[in-house]
Design a protein. Sequence first.
Length: 238
Amino acid sequence: MSYKLLSVDVWDTLLRREVHPDGIKLATSRYIFQALSSKTKQLFRSQQEILQLRQAIERKIYIQRLDGHLHGEYSLPEILDEMAEILCPNQNERSEFASEALKYEIAFEKQALYKDPHIEKTLESFEADEIIFLSDFYLSAPYIKQFLEHAQVPAKYIQGLSSCDLGLNKRSGSMYPYVHDRYQISPSEHIHVGDNIIGDVKVPKSLGIQVYHYQPRLQHKKRRIVERSFTHPRCLYQ
């Protein structure tokens, strides 16, 4: 069957990581901690406390935005800007502080990611007029495009949409109607491929979208091993 649109999830579908997602955040927390002034280090005494600060800010903004029309969405630059306000006493240095932390995280993310070894073959089994990625993520679509290019994902899969740009996401179901309006298609003309049982399978299926649950056995097993190994942040990047 041919579709007008094929959409593909990014993380654990097009791309995978060698580390737990929170391992990326912890690495950035270590970078930030090393850059702190000695005075600020008296208040935040380890990279784990920097990670906890980030997670607290993420939770706060998520909860605040659940009540509006942004479905809990936020971007990494927003998080880092708020962290800079707390961690950087010199107001004139906050912008550079946040910018350098963002650059570090993007670079570290590129080091940790790789293209899923089986996804191309899977996607080639579907016929569609147009192909895009759909990602629930805290970095905008141009950054995701950078990651896909870095992993040498074919060009036909590197255009798409990120939840933090739209204030809409797959898990709430809000992104899918937006996609249908934008591309002028009906749900029955759309097939979505992804790993997450909620955002990539149950939600789109409930909206009348054809879905393909992508969970290759060996890669999923590897992911579960990485998740189990991340029992506590102190196990990484010491």
